[in-house]
Design a protein around this ligand. Structure first.
Ligand SMILES: *[C@@H]1O[C@H](CO)[C@@H](O)[C@H](O)[C@H]1NC(C)=O
Ligand SMILES: *[C@@H]1O[C@H](CO)[C@@H](O)[C@H](O)[C@H]1NC(C)=O
Ligand SMILES: *[C@@H]1O[C@H](CO)[C@@H](O)[C@H](O)[C@H]1NC(C)=O
Ligand SMILES: *[C@@H]1O[C@H](CO)[C@@H](O)[C@H](O)[C@H]1NC(C)=O
Length: 420
């Protein structure tokens, strides 16, 4: 399942992904169209393997305008057209005279003949989509680190409580979890991680209902406390075959304790020491998002911005769902006869996500391309091999002939930027 296109519609449409990745075609804001709309999103998707499902999400779809999203779906083609008229863009709830602002997220997956992945070759480049689903879920140990400083006042803290209550309702019993709230003080719910039993989850939910905003923001102390708890847990429980993660939610810059951003990053990086993964959620626009993003990337995770819209609680839950089901750890991919390959080692693989590796075929005489994958699953080491014949460049008839090369270029640039 790939969230492929995140689009914002205002007078500018922004896309966070390449607009012609795989078989997609995107038309941004344009002249008034035949439907009389001024700004529109028109996404056309062609997938040779066939589209298994397609779903639209995001702020735009959760408003009254959702009825305007026109999705047509056939076996191999889909089109999502969002073309509200100028009047509709000004009169919907939450719209201003400048129009509407929000995300339209299109999530779809293709039919996957082999349940593990798909290897494609075209014009001297290859791409490997790796997305197994038939694996046993790995237990996870998760620490939620929640900013309750004064700036979270009002709706943000309310939405955070709502999201946490739902997330706590979804944690699997084999998981362990901890909750830390912080302002200028760090207040863990319990001193250590606890098992996600019904009783513990209920007690945690009562704690969450009582979270109130106050004080300044001490990110450094809060994250270090989370790491300390995971360390204690690892030493006492020896939780082999499980995944340990920290999820930090904050809406502001550090204002208490250590406030130098470089120092915080160095402290967190050293404390985590590559053993755990840190995800950072930045709530709203007062947060130094670059700081959060860098800190997450340094610790194997990613950052997300949570838009302070009506559906912020849904965005928070949506993020949690992405990391809710770990299936593999320490994934290493290798290929023969290729060069200029994008990233080939990954910390984890979550159900519903996809690992994509692309590269150039360097061996001109190569007849078959072999992909080998090694990883740890819940109980053992798994190995997997995929072979694709080169002859015929089977998918040359694809709608964008050189799309694999473009995808390779996109991934390469994206990964170089992350390294920066
Ligand atoms: C949706 O779009 C299709 C073309 O893509 C068009 O034929 C159909 O009439 C549209 N439906 C609505 C309700 O606008
Ligand atoms: C992973 O997701 C697929 C598709 O949604 C589902 O069928 C499968 O049961 C999930 N696997 C686990 C271990 O949750
Ligand atoms: C985890 O692995 C370590 C060493 O690899 C071993 O000593 C320990 O008994 C294992 N713990 C469990 C709970 O399996
Ligand atoms: C592939 O890598 C080689 C060696 O690192 C480099 O010289 C070459 O420019 C790269 N090719 C492309 C297309 O980036």
């Amino acid at each position: 399942m790939v969230p492929l296109v995140g689009l914002s519609l205002l007078l500018v449409a922004a896309s966070s992904m390449p607009v012609e990745e795989k078989g997609q075609k995107f038309t941004g804001p344009s002249e008034p169209s035949s439907t009389g709309a001024y700004e529109q999103i028109d996404v056309q998707i062609h997938e040779k393997q066939g589209i298994r499902f397609l779903d639209t999400r995001g702020g735009l779809v959760s408003t009254e305008l959702s009825r305007i999203v026109n999705t047509t779906l056939s076996d191999k083609e889909a089109r999502v057209l969002f073309a509200p008229t100028r009047k509709e863009q000004q009169q919907c709830p939450g719209c201003t005279k400048h129009g509407i602002n929000g995300d339209l997220l299109i999530v779809y997956d293709v039919n996957r003949p082999s349940s593990w992945g798909d290897l494609q070759i075209s014009h001297g480049y290859f791409v490997h989509y790796f997305a197994p689903t038939d694996l046993v879920r790995m237990p996870k140990n998760v620490v939620f680190i929640i900013d309750q400083s004064g700036s979270m006042h009002g709706r943000k803290i309310e939405q955070t409580r709502q999201a946490l209550l739902k997330i706590l309702g979804d944690i699997a019993e084999e998981d362990h979890f901890a909750l830390i709230t912080f302002d200028d003080r760090v207040q863990p719910w319990k001193k250590q991680l606890v098992k996600a039993t019904a009783n513990n989850l209920e007690a945690a939910q009562s704690f969450v209902r009582k979270i109130r905003d106050r004080g300044a923001t001490d990110i450094n102390a809060a994250v270090l406390e989370g790491v300390r708890m995971l360390n204690v847990f690892a030493e006492t429980k020896k939780p082999n075959g499980s995944v340990s993660i920290l999820i930090l939610l904050t809406d502001g810059d550090p204002t208490s304790g250590v406030t130098n951003l470089d120092t915080i990053q160095a402290n967190v990086r050293e404390a985590i020491g590559r053993r755990y993964t840190l995800y950072c959620l930045g709530f709203g626009f007062d947060v130094n998002y670059e700081f959060l993003e860098k800190m997450a990337l340094q610790n194997g995770g990613v950052a997300r911005r949570i838009y302070p819209d009506s559906d912020a609680d849904v965005q928070l839950q949506g993020f949690y769902e992405e990391v809710a089901t770990p299936l593999l750890l320490d994934i290493q991919m290798s290929y023969t006869g290729v060069s200029n390959v994008t990233q080939t080692s990954f910390g984890h693989y979550y159900n519903g996500s996809e690992i994509i590796v692309a590269g150039r075929i360097s061996d001109n005489d190569l007849e078959t391309l072999t992909a080998a994958v090694k990883a740890h699953s819940k109980s053992n080491q798994v190995e997997y091999e995929e072979v694709s014949a080169r002859t015929g460049d089977a998918i040359d008839s694809y709608i964008f002939n050189k799309y694999i090369q473009r995808l390779w270029a996109y991934l390469t640039v994206q990964q170089l930027l992350e390294k920066e």
